[in-house]
Design a protein around this ligand. Sequence first.
Ligand code: HEC
Length: 152
Amino acid sequence: MKAPAFLVRAALMLFITAFCISSAGAQANSPAAPEKSKFDYQELARAPEKARNRRNPLENNTDAPAAGRKLFEKYCAECHGADAAGTGKAPSLRADEVQQATPGALFWLISNGVVRKGMPVWSRLPEPQRWQIVRFLKSLGAPEPAPQPVIN
Ligand code: HEC
C-alpha cells in the first residue's frame, strides 16, 4: 500500500525539523575543544596572589613525590584516575593548566576544593601531606625517564 503524499511530506518535514533542532543544539553545546568540555580549570586561575606565590616547603625533599603518589592513590585517584589523566568525574591533572600552575596555587586549590563542582576540600590533610601531593602532581609534567639507554 502506498502512503498518501501528505503523510510522506509531513514525515519528511518532521524529520528535517528534528535534524535542524538537534544539530543546532549540538553546536551550542560543543566548545572548540570537546575533550575539555566539562572542566575548564578556571578555579586554579582564581588563586589569590599571596597563595600563588607561596613556596613549597618540601621543594627539595627527595621523598616527597613518592609520598605524594601514595596519598594521591588513596584520596584522589577515584575521581582523577590512577594515572591522574582524568575520568568522567574529574579533569586530568596532567593538563598544561595544572602543570603550569604554581605549587602555591595547587596547594590553595587542594586546601579549598571547588565544592560546588564536586572537588572536595582537603584541609583536613596535614599541610606537609598536601605539599607532598603538590610535588607528585608537578612530577607528572616532567618528561618520563628513558626506559633504556639509547644505543646508536
Ligand atoms: C569526588 C571526586 C574528587 C576527588 C576525590 C578529588 N577531586 Fe580534584 N577535582 C574534582 C572535580 C570534579 C574537579 C573539577 C572542578 C572544576 O570544574 O573546577 C577537580 C579539580 C581538581 C584540580 C584542578 C582544579 C581546576 O581548576 O579544575 C586539581 C589540581 C585537583 N582537583 C586535585 C585533586 C587532588 C590533589 C585530590 C586528592 C587530594 C583530588 N583532586 C580529589 C573531583 C575530585
